[in-house]
Design a protein around this ligand. Structure first.
Ligand SMILES: [Zn+2]
Length: 111
């Protein structure tokens, strides 16, 4: 990976971290406990609870993504950054731009 590729990747990761953080804080707002005393009817309350578990699942995966992105940012200056953790070959820069949190090359990820 060239110096320029590393720099633009680092920029990309910063942007992804910011957008993921703002998605997380939005999800945290909507996953507040459903108040039993709210004026929704029973059916809408069931809907609210179903929606909430979908939102919570998505919140969990966003948090996971955020921690992977932060890890990628920490590792970006290391010599072995961008190497597949399974086969140790270089992960394609295009793949890293799209999914900077990936630690497997496209071949290993497809397995
Ligand atoms: Zn691999």
């Amino acid at each position: 990976m060239t110096h320029e590729e590393r720099q633009s990747l680092s920029q990309q990761i910063h942007e992804l971290i910011q957008s993921t953080q703002s998605e997380i804080s939005k999800l945290e707002e909507v996953t507040q406990p459903v108040k039993p005393e709210n004026s929704l009817g029973r059916v809408s309350r069931m809907d609210a609870i179903n929606n909430k578990s979908v939102m919570e699942a998505s919140l969990r995966s966003k948090r996971e993504k955020l921690s992977k992105l932060e890890l990628a940012l920490k590792k970006i200056d290391q010599a072995d950054f961008g190497n597949c953790t399974r086969c140790a070959s270089q992960i394609q820069p295009a793949r890293l731009m799209l999914l900077p949190e990936s630690d497997l090359c496209i071949r290993c990820a497809a397995r």
